[in-house]
Design a protein around this ligand. Sequence first.
Ligand code: ATP
Ligand code: MG
Length: 581
Amino acid sequence: MITRMSTLFLRTLREDPADAEVPSHKLLVRAGYVRRIAPGIYSWLPLGLRVLRRVEEIVRQEMDAIGAQEIHFPALLPKEPYEATNRWTEYGPNLFRLKDRKNADYLLGPTHEELFTLTVKGEYSSYKDYPVMLYQIQTKYRDEERPRAGILRGREFVMKDSYSFDIDDEGLSESYRKHRDAYIKIFDRVGLRYVIVAATSGAMGGSASEEFLAESATGEDTFVRSTGSGFAANVEAVVTPAPPAESVEDKPAAEVHHTPSTPTIESLVDFLNANTDRKFTAADTLKNVLVKTRRPGAQEWELLAIGVPGDREVDMKRLEASLEPAEVALLEESDFAANPFLVKGYIGPKALQDNGVRYLVDPRVVTGTAWVTGADKTDHHVLDLVCGRDFTPDGTIEAAEVREGDPSPDGNGTLVAARGIEIGHIFQLGRKYSDAFGLDALGQDGKPKRITMGSYGVGVSRLVAAIAEQSHDDMGLAWPREVAPADVHVVIAGKDETVRARAEEMAAELDRAGVQVMLDDRTVSPGVKFADAELVGIPSILVVGKGLANGVVEVRDRASGERTEVAADEAVSHLIGVVRG
Ligand code: ATP
Ligand code: MG
């Protein structure tokens, strides 16, 4: 069917919407793909809905291809399953809650682990039933604190969520691998540039969780990549390469120095350079940062000291990721008062270890390295304190900030920072939900076996915006072919009846060949039509205008801007070739 712009429910805007900051938001609104209803809540107009449906279809095909089966849950859900897993409470203000006329609590589903687990429990009972993978493409609700960037971070959005159920860990690994492969196919097909990053450093075992990030300067996620290899990781997952250990034999003896008024690294380095005949930098100092941690379920907080080279800050997000599931907090004045051996600005390994404080150091602090560090006494530091000779840390920890220029953990190249949009997330859940609901299968030996699960999400509506974010220019959108709202945009550029008749003819021929055609048959100026064609972003534009008198038409490639003159008689077959690639 030919889409006629004369009747299409579409009004493009010349101005950017006032609340839009990122290109995808501006352009999707201006080109008439979406309209805002409330913060983080959008309606899809005809062109937008086509792109959304095409993305959805790609996701569906690849899920079906790995043997996942589609089902569909309601978005309106009773509270009880979410109470059983404590998520009714844990979700906090992010959950949309409501009451029915009998005053019973309901919620709008933010994600559906509970329902999938209960449903499988309801239907399956034997090990022979497993494995099984189920998915849905469904509307999710999250009362995001900062809905942002149009459909990139909505409060109502479309997600593909799937869940795998396996008898054992090997099965889970296999389901996870299948999803990972399917996601690669999906994101390749929609034409995105993306990276796969380990979500955390793998306290849970390597690749238990990975995120797919579409590269984009407007993304909310920061990651690092190597200049010399394909390495990419979340900052939280970067493992610091440790230098080789050194001999402790040939190092000078540790010596305490009076270093008046040097509570900061900068003041210390300045003092040492002015008052000794050696040259120091911040990297020669060992800064000891105190925090407190609490294990899940525990009442008591425990002190934890972290030693990092003085030229680096402790990155709280990295620290939290390293200590998870324990909580972390900074010390308060009362903590210092209760532990007088902690001399602020002059904390050293000795007092920590003498007082039984757990002391973890940056992986760069290896045996044989000599440091300038606190001497546990105001205005005093110790020089040449050698790791493995004068102090022995309790272990290492990934807590120091990661910086551009740091060596890549894989040994190739150095790290640079980049930003991305999270478009997918795959996660080996394990038995959290099967434990909560007692999801067991009767094993071959007649004994019940607890099922292990994975959960996997794709931000389907977010993908539309992420693609727009990567595929646009100053004039408008430029969709990759696989998701575009049409294949060819035919512009009737002239009032001449022969021009109009010939354009209609070509549109009909393309349509008969199975090419999706958008025909600009409006009675507006060619200038307006060209501007709209650039804005709307259909990959091929066929201009039928004055050239027709000489037997030629123009074919434009929206993405590259390339214009080709083609004989009018060959235009249709030329375009069919372009569309079919
Ligand atoms: P984010 O870190 O961006 O908040 P998340 O980690 O909470 O996302 P998941 O629960 O893993 O997201 O959901 C799976 C996928 O759903 C995400 O990878 C993302 O693509 C998409 N998604 C999550 N929240 C939103 C939202 N508010 N609007 C649009 N898409 C979203
Ligand atoms: Mg996530």
